[in-house]
Design a protein. Structure first.
Length: 409
């Protein structure tokens, strides 16, 4: 048994150093749906994360405010530390992946020293998880924000509070809430409003049929291949058919992830297949569009109106975007920040914190790209498609590069 806040924090540090698996930090006064805990603890693909619910107005002594951006907790509050522009609250459940255990141990030890020296103000003994979340965020550990959705998870005070919380658990259809939670809350505009608004209704039938997420990924690749074949015909009706097939391929691309989260059928090979074939499908479509536009008329090494040069340029721009995104994420994950936990009492929001949808659209996520390709190919031709991809993709690349550079200082 530990003694007080400092003792709890040192116990966490000891467990983190002992390893070798991930560590979950939960308060003893927590009442929650099993499905709510599973959102975070049963998802090995996401590593470190915290269970949150939207709405800063729900924040209180037992649910401290946090700010979430792009699916990550970027600022976390507690009795010692305030948060600027909070938009969610922490529900008390913190999961730290194996790769971040060393950082957790260091943060816990440092916080324990501060608590023992009474340098954390009026922080209560029950705020260990709140302090650890804030500390991990401050030293640069990427913390996924796992949305609670319609499930219940919260801390209680006294027997009456516990009885009321248990009664709330029985009011919720956990399977329906689990299905709702299978839809990503931080997706792009197209994925959120034009696909996930209805694709979730395919998840339960797919699960009943025994389809695995990898099988759905395979179907998505097959539809993208058919779309590329249709585009290669170069005729208007074939272009429209290719656009429809490409849209359906993206629908299944969303369904495979939703099915994985609903059934919790996660695997490293599944994540790799999903990421790899997303690129393969897109580049197959580029090739099909270029073949259809060339129409068998070879006017030089790059085809009529340099269509092959445009296709390769569009592919290179998208590859550059992904390289910037993934290389920066890897650098951030492998190099925690060096600032001390008590150096600043608050966090300032980013420039576009109040315009999340604009930011998501500007970076041209895969849903927006698929829609851009489908619409321009169906209404115009491959040359217009590639020029549109180059223009929007180039803007997205410059925006992402400028943002990464700015955040590096």
């Amino acid at each position: 048994m530990s003694e007080g806040l400092a003792g709890d924090l040192r116990a966490v540090a000891s467990v983190a150093r002992a390893g070798p698996g991930p560590v979950a930090v939960l308060p003893g006064d927590l009442v929650a749906h099993t499905e709510a805990l599973a959102l975070l603890l049963a998802d090995p693909a996401h590593g470190t994360g915290a269970l949150v619910s939207p709405g800063a107005e729900r924040a209180g002594p037992l649910t401290p405010p946090v700010r979430v951006e792009r699916g990550r907790v970027v600022a976390a509050g507690n009795s010692f530390h305030t948060v600027s522009a909070p938009n969610a609250c922490f529900r008390g459940v913190l999961h730290v992946g194996e790769a971040d255990l060393a950082g957790l141990a260091e943060v816990a030890d440092e916080l324990a020293n501060l608590a023992q020296a009474r340098r954390l103000g009026d922080v209560r003994d029950a705020e260990a998880a709140d302090l650890l979340l804030a500390g991990l965020v401050r030293v640069g550990v990427p913390v996924r924000a796992a949305p609670l959705g319609g499930l219940h998870c919260g801390r209680v005070s006294g027997q009456l509070g516990a009885d009321a919380a248990v009664a709330k658990l029985a009011e919720v259809d956990q399977d329906r809430a689990r299905l709702a939670a299978s839809v990503k809350s931080d997706d792009g505009w197209v994925a959120t409003y034009l696909v996930s608004s209805w694709s979730r209704h395919l998840v339960r039938p797919a699960a009943r049929l025994g389809l695995t997420p990898n099988a759905v990924t395979g179907l998505s690749v097959a539809l993208a291949g058919l779309a590329a074949v249709a585009f290669s015909a170069g005729e208007r009706r074939a272009q429209v058919a290719g656009a429809a097939l490409l849209y359906l391929s993206f629908v299944l691309d969303c369904v495979d992830g939703q099915l994985a989260r609903y059934t919790r059928a996660f695997s490293p090979i599944g994540a790799w297949l999903d990421a790899t074939f997303a690129r393969v499908k897109e580049y197959l479509v580029y090739a099909g569009l270029a073949v259809g536009y060339a129409g068998g008329l070879d006017r030089g090494p790059t085809g009529p109106e340099s269509i092959w040069a445009l296709a390769v340029a569009a592919m290179l721009v998208q590859s550059m975007r992904h390289m910037i995104d993934f290389s920066y994420a890897g650098a951030r994950a492998g190099k925690p920040g060096s600032e001390r936990l008590w150096d600043r009492p608050g966090d300032a929001p980013s420039v576009l914190a109040g315009m999340p949808w604009l930011r998501k659209v500007v970076v041209l996520p895969i849903g927006e790209r698929m829609l851009l390709i489908a619409v321009t190919a169906a209404l115009y031709d491959a040359r217009v498609t590639f020029i549109a991809l180059l223009a929007w993709g180039g803007l997205a690349t410059l925006y992402m590069l400028a943002g990464r550079i700015a955040r590096s200082f």
